[in-house]
Write a protein that binds this ligand. Structure first.
Ligand code: BGC
Length: 371
């Protein structure tokens, strides 16, 4: 692979920021991909990490607009959350289709298409991102209190329920990356204060959220680890690329700790080719290498002093750009099950390109490597 010149990398960072801003909807939502029909929605997961990259890159207004969109979406559903929490307290059965969705239309409406909607991680990730962004740019938080409160109530009641994972699969399991995102969100808001110095959460909620954090930490330590590393779901022995987020940036485990090192090594040794697979056995478009996960591996490597490895990941991602500088969701060079490529292409078209989350993670890694 030719080594991309520093100026090429810089150009791709700039064009990535421009692309993300150009596609941000007036509402503040980011579509997952503007050119891929089933991704013309805003996912809390993708969006929070896109906004995080914009915040890190100094595009604080873009991140603010996304965060205000999140608050509007959640404020509009506060009554629904109160109702769900009350039903959970009465131990009523609640269907997965009654829970909050993972994605919304760009103007904040419910998505009518059938989707694997019950996913909890995005509700933790937006809280984590909100607090990190406010600390980075000195942003006010008081206006977010109702949405934060509703989200915390939702996560306290349901945060450890089985649900679809980052890849919208395996609703029957409790996924460590999902628990990690929920934990990171709750941890971030427990001690957060607004611009007047007032705690963001009232004392009772803060105590309940802190108790959940401890409970989740214990759950992951006992059931979410095997052979010294974090696992794909509680009770599994496999790894998954999404576990990288539990190391960096969520700090579920200390970056240099044995569990973090073992998780990093297993993900790298099992899932890295040129880029990183989601997991072994993936069949989505044949199960290729994902740009966001390659950036994630590099992000953790940069953070743990493996600068040369991190730089290689950055170069590899840049080398996947199309001639117009667009980054896809995944590439098919080392596809695990090539026979599935045609099936997905017929169903949904070619691999989503550009994927805004890929651009965002490239930016995040470039900033880390360039530090
Ligand atoms: C991925 C999700 C992502 C969504 C939109 C799906 O294929 O599995 O993680 O949120 O695409 O980018």
């Amino acid at each position: 692979m030719p080594i991309a010149a520093r100026s090429d990398l810089r150009t791709l960072v700039e064009s990535s920021l421009t692309l993300i801003e150009a596609h941000q909807h007036p509402s503040g939502a980011y579509p997952a991909s503007p050119d891929y029909p089933v991704y013309r929605y805003s996912w809390l997961r993708d969006g929070a990490f896109i906004a995080d990259a914009m915040s890190r890159a100094g595009r604080a207004d873009s991140a603010d607009r996304f965060l205000r969109w999140c608050a509007t979406v959640i404020d509009a559903r506060a009554g629904r959350i109160t109702d769900l929490v009350a039903r959970a307290e009465r131990r009523e059965d609640i269907g997965a289709d009654e829970m909050l969705p993972t994605r919304y239309t760009l103007d904040g409406g419910d998505d009518d298409e059938p989707w694997w909607n019950f996913q909890l991680d995005g509700y933790g990730t937006w809280l984590w991102m909100l607090v990190a962004h406010a600390a980075r740019h000195g942003r006010p938080l008081a206006a977010y209190r109702p949405a934060v409160t509703a989200t915390v109530d939702y996560l306290i009641a349901f945060g450890d329920q089985p649900c679809y994972d980052w890849w919208e699969e395996h609703a029957e399991h409790r996924h460590v990356a999902t628990l990690g995102a929920v934990l990171a969100g709750l941890r971030a808001v427990v001690h957060a204060r607004d611009e007047h110095g007032e705690p963001l959460l009232d004392a009772a909620r803060a105590a309940a959220a802190a108790a959940k954090v401890s409970e989740f930490e214990a759950l992951i330590a006992t059931e979410g680890t095997a052979d010294g590393h974090l696992t794909k779901w509680l009770g599994s022995t496999a790894v998954d690329g999404s576990l990288l987020a539990c190391l960096t940036p969520f700090d579920l485990v200390e970056p240099g700790s044995t569990v973090a090192e073992r998780t990093y090594e297993e993900v790298r040794d099992q899932l890295l080719r040129g880029g990183v697979y989601r997991y072994l056995g993936d069949t989505f478009y044949g199960g290729g290498e994902w740009l966001i996960l390659t950036a994630w591996l590099g992000w953790h490597e940069a953070r743990t002093g493996r600068t040369e490895a991190a730089r290689q990941r950055l170069e590899w991602i840049a080398a996947q750009a199309t001639p117009e500088g667009h980054l896809p969701e995944q590439v098919s060079g080392h596809t695990q099950r090539p026979e599935y490529i045609a099936e997905w292409t017929e169903r949904w078209g070619p691999v989503a390109t550009p994927l805004l989350w890929s651009h965002a993670m490239f930016v995040t890694l470039a900033l880390e490597v360039g530090r």
